[in-house]
Design a protein around this ligand. Structure first.
Ligand SMILES: CC(C)(COP(=O)(O)OP(=O)(O)OC[C@H]1O[C@@H](n2cnc3c(N)ncnc32)[C@H](O)[C@@H]1OP(=O)(O)O)[C@@H](O)C(=O)NCCC(=O)NCCS
Length: 295
């Protein structure tokens, strides 16, 4: 940024910004639609920078969102800058604003970085933990030859009474309870919100949602690849169009089956934590992340 220019003004994002926010997502070929942005702004807080385009019209040019999960950490996401306004320090300024906000609350910042974002985050004191990757399927079949399921495994649509058991499986894995977010996601594509049980005990669950470019499945948690495959196959039967899944690197045992069902690698992500924070939770049972903007 030229030293003669005044520093850009950082302002809160509101629901009046939803159209411009979706444009920011579109500019980076990200999947968030109005529902995503509106949920993130309802459960969290966002800030943006306006900049004048060639015609002199001021419009939203950059964004950041923080999404608190419990008392100890918050997702930091939607770090997006319109291509024409990159390398002016907007992302760095917004990120520092978000970090100062979280610091005042005593919350650690966690995020899932794209390779482009990684360069910004390392400079701001974030460190790598584990990784996952996005796979996309245009259309296709069920997973070929899924692993043999545990005896007595059944899957069904998620019911309201399932939330306490889902929370008990999810919170230790993710590192905090995220029921408000999960309830919102479950309403987006209810036919993909499913649970797996053996003898009445919850062994896994999956949620799905619509998106700007594709439906996304996730989070999906399961204590066993065969349970995960059963839930995924339920979803694949009803998803006829483009579909994203964000598969954790540690669950790559499922990858060959995903590829055989038509999924292709799209982009990698790195989960990063700020400062001395540790990666929250124990990710052993996480198969599909909710998505880099949500954790
Ligand atoms: C990644 C992104 C947010 C960076 O926004 P930006 O406003 O251009 O970044 P800044 O100007 O604040 O960059 C700060 C520093 O980070 C580093 N950096 C930023 N973009 C970089 C890139 N593409 N390659 C290498 N380093 C980069 C540079 O050191 C830069 O400082 P410098 O310009 O003085 O060298 C922007 O490119 C973008 O929107 N990309 C698409 C969406 C995305 O991937 N977001 C990250 C989500 S995790």
């Amino acid at each position: 940024m030229a030293s003669t220019e005044p520093p850009p003004v950082i302002r809160p994002l509101t629901t009046a910004d939803l159209d411009a926010a979706v444009q920011l997502s579109a500019s980076a070929h990200w999947n968030q639609n109005r529902s995503d942005w509106s949920t993130m702004l309802r459960l969290g807080q966002g800030w943006g920078i306006d900049a004048a385009d060639d015609a002199g019209h001021a419009a939203l040019a950059a964004s950041v969102i923080v999404l608190p999960y419990g008392a100890h950490f918050a997702w930091t996401s939607m770090v997006l800058v319109l291509p024409a306004f990159r390398r002016r320090g907007y992302a760095q300024r917004l990120l520092r604003h978000a970090l100062a906000h979280l610091g005042s609350q005593g919350r650690a910042a966690i995020l899932d970085a794209t390779p482009a974002g990684h360069a910004v985050y390392v400079q701001e004191g974030f460190a790598d933990t584990w990784g996952f990757a996005r796979y996309r399927r245009e259309a296709g079949a069920a997973l070929p030859a899924p692993p043999a399921p545990p005896e007595g495994l059944t899957t069904r649509l998620l019911a309201d009474e399932d939330w306490p058991a889902i929370d008990a499986l999810d919170a230790p894995a993710f590192g905090a309870s995220r029921l408000p977010l999960m309830r919102a996601l479950a309403q987006r594509w209810p036919q993909a919100a499913r649970v797996a049980e053996v003898g009445g005990r919850l062994r896994g669950y999956m949620l799905g949602r619509d998106g700007r470019e594709a439906v996304q499945f996730g989070p999906l948690l399961a204590d066993d690849d065969a349970v995960a495959a059963a839930l995924l196959n339920d979803g694949l039967r009803i998803a006829t169009g483009p579909l994203y899944v964000d598969l954790l690197d540690r669950r790559r045992a499922l990858l060959s089956r995903l590829e055989a069902a038509g999924f292709a690698f799209q982009r990698p992500f790195t989960r990063m934590v700020h400062g001395t924070a540790k990666a929250p939770g124990d990710a052993t049972n996480i198969v599909l992340a909710a998505g880099p903007e949500l954790g």
